[in-house]
Design a protein around this ligand. Structure first.
Ligand code: ADP
Length: 237
């Protein structure tokens, strides 16, 4: 397949061009998907289970590579990113999972500090400052010494968000972040994402909760069976 030539676009943060992905078992999870997300946009990716949402998200930090097509993240062509440069790419991308994936044998502070330590920041004063700033942003500074096991589902998810932003990423990607939360807590978590958008972070959230999404009046990309079937809204994104 011929690629459209891509001009380097400073406004663009995430740019998929004719991306297809076939898993090792031959299953085609994405078929010729193209979209562009500008810096500072907040966008939802929706579609039924199996539509390809997680596959799209996994490609952004290079957890998965496309079989065809081109992906540009923050002016970096992922097809050309060398293995040794993947950690730097990943530092710019905060990832939030449905079940928050906190480590229960470490307290809240140590969970949030983990990405900093992994990226080589070991200075205790700087780690403390950045972890507390992240906890403050999600309203949970007072819980830094607690074990994740004593937190509610909504609090765990907010700690997951603090951990994702502690490296001050340019992009946040979230895979069904409200999937385990009741509607009120889900709205609270969405408000947090909006706050990060307001300070310039680009946010891409996979969710099949259409009721919640439609209330937020953001741009929605809809996938069905691996194909992008709609790109709607965005007036307020
Ligand atoms: P969604 O996030 O929308 O539920 P996914 O991106 O997880 O969809 O999956 C899209 C399709 O790809 C599904 O049919 C799924 O079974 C398949 N799939 C996902 N991951 C793999 C994998 N590692 N190997 C083979 N097939 C996969």
């Amino acid at each position: 397949m011929k690629l459209r030539s891509i001009r380097c676009n400073r406004q663009s943060m995430i740019h998929f061009t004719n991306v297809s992905n076939r898993y090792a078992n031959g299953y085609e999870a994405l078929n010729n998907v193209s979209f562009e997300i500008k810096r500072g946009e907040m966008v939802f990716l929706t579609g039924h289970s199996g539509a390809g949402k997680s596959t799209v998200l996994k490609m952004i930090p290079l957890l998965e590579r496309p079989s065809e097509g081109q992906i540009i993240i923050d002016e970096r062509d992922l097809g050309r990113v060398k293995r040794r440069h993947i950690p730097a790419l990943r530092r710019d991308i905060g990832i939030i999972f449905q079940d928050s994936k906190l480590l229960n044998d470490r307290n809240v502070f140590d969970n949030v500090a983990l990405p900093l330590l992994l990226s080589g920041e070991h200075h205790p004063r700087e780690v403390g400052r950045r972890v507390r700033a992240a906890l403050d942003k999600v309203g949970l500074l007072a819980r830094e010494h607690d074990s994740p096991v004593v937190l509610s589902g909504g609090e765990r998810q907010r700690i997951g968000i603090a951990r994702a932003v502690v490296n001050r990423p340019k992009v946040l990607i979230a895979d069904e972040p409200t999937g385990n939360l009741d509607p009120e807590l889900a709205q609270e978590v969405m408000r947090l994402f909006e706050q990060f958008q307001q300070v310039g972070v680009t946010v891409l959230i996979a969710s099949h909760d259409l009721e919640l999404i439609s209330r937020l009046k953001k741009r929605i990309l809809a996938l069905r069976k691996g194909q992008l079937i709609a790109d709607q809204g965005g007036g307020r994104s």
